[in-house]
Design a binder for this molecule. Structure first.
Ligand SMILES: Cc1cc2nc3c(=O)[nH]c(=O)nc-3n(C[C@H](O)[C@H](O)[C@H](O)COP(=O)(O)O)c2cc1C
Length: 356
């Protein structure tokens, strides 16, 4: 394989994905890289109609375009080139020549989800302008930022609701705990899953969390309102956040969702470059996307109502008038994360090595 193409694919694979599901597969065809959605990677309730996976693949594509420019290629992107194959998300045609991509390549490896407590400092004017400037570049997606203690507190309440749902709903609970890698060794050897240390829990909470992996134990603890308690604690932690952001997609079409994913990655990399911490909090809006598209199974009526009312609150606070809130995140200053996530080796994400 052309070593530059390998580096471009590696950059793509550093993208964020829901519970680190890494839902991409790559194929090389002469001077093109084809990106497929590996639809079996994320079976969570968050991924109705592949919404979460398409966001992740959008982020992956953005990394690849940035990397292509860095290695001296012009990248011509074609989304959904073959409408009869819905898993074929994109082709990137590469030719010699420079594309102006800025200087984000170096930040692809630094970018990470930081779930620590933030320091409650507002963004400065330069940070705000740099991030909002990204909004014009992606047809089909837009970015909103919100600051101020009152709005931050309300969005933190809405964000905490997702954790309560995860601890009270069998399906959400099962998917999360199936993804947890309990040691650095298991996370590193598989390259998959959510490494438990990235969840930033203090040691006593880690112990309880491990016990909670058993659904019967979780249900027992919930009789004593453990889910409520964790929701309240996380809400308090989120309230220290400097700002919240949301990426809005024009529609639920796969194309607009991929475009939103590209924008999310550009914002995340730019925040990293500015020295800002970033924490994805997309669970609730992805459940809202599921319900909106008719996927109400596995959610009780009461749970659906929690999602609907929290989503309405989010829309109101950001002042969104068109499109759908697809990805909420918090942004601010904090210590670096205690641990980093891992990635699968490249041979597991190349179509050619899978068919050998
Ligand atoms: C579509 C999508 C949804 C996500 N939702 C959440 C979320 O609700 N909460 C969270 O802490 N992280 C969320 N993440 C972040 C992933 O967990 C994270 O990207 C992944 O574990 C890899 O870690 P990294 O971003 O540090 O490389 C989401 C990422 C994506 C792309």
């Amino acid at each position: 394989m052309n070593p530059d193409f390998e580096k471009i694919i590696e950059a793509g694979s550093r993208a964020p994905s829901g519970d680190n599901s890494q839902p991409w597969l790559f194929d090389i065809d002469d001077n093109s890289i084809v990106i497929y959605n590996n639809v079996n990677r994320d079976s969570s309730l968050y991924n109705y109609n592949q919404t979460a996976s398409l966001i992740a693949i959008g982020a992956c594509i953005e990394n690849m375009i940035i990397a292509a420019g860095h290695f001296g290629y012009t990248a011509d992107l074609v989304l959904f080139p073959d409408l009869s194959v819905s898993t074929k998300v994109a082709i990137i045609n590469l030719s010699a020549g420079l594309t102006p991509v800025g200087d984000l390549y170096g930040h692809i490896i630094d970018r990470c989800n930081n779930r620590k407590a933030y320091q409650g400092i507002d963004l400065d004017e330069g940070e705000r302008t740099a991030l909002l400037g990204i909004t014009n570049n992606f047809d089909g997606a837009s970015l909103f930022l919100v600051e101020g203690r009152e709005s931050v507190a309300k969005l933190s309440e809405a964000g905490g609701k997702n954790e309560k749902l995860v601890l009270e709903n069998y399906w959400l609970h099962k998917f999360l705990f199936d993804q947890i890698a309990w040691s650095a060794e298991s996370a590193a050897s598989s390259g998959e899953g959510v490494y438990v240390k990235t969840l930033e829990m203090p040691p006593p909470a880690q112990l309880i969390f491990k016990l909670c992996s058993n659904w019967k134990v979780m249900k027992f603890f919930n009789k004593f309102h453990l889910a409520d308690l964790i929701c309240q604690q996380n809400t308090q932690l989120y309230k220290k956040t400097g700002a919240y952001g949301v990426v809005v997609a024009r529609s639920d079409s796969p194309r607009d969702i991929v475009q939103a994913g590209r924008m999310i990655e550009k914002v995340w990399l730019s925040a990293t470059k500015l020295g800002l911490s970033f924490n994805a909090m997309a669970g609730l809006v992805l459940l809202a996307a599921r319900i909106r598209q008719g996927g109400t199974e596995h959610l009780t009526l009461a749970e659906q109502e929690v999602v609907r009312s929290s989503y309405s609150e989010i829309i109101k606070i950001f002042g969104i008038q068109h499109g759908f809130a697809l990805f909420v995140f918090r942004l601010g200053h904090s210590l670096p994360p205690s641990a980093r996530s891992y990635r699968m080796p490249i041979k597991r994400i190349l179509c050619s090595s899978l068919t050998e």
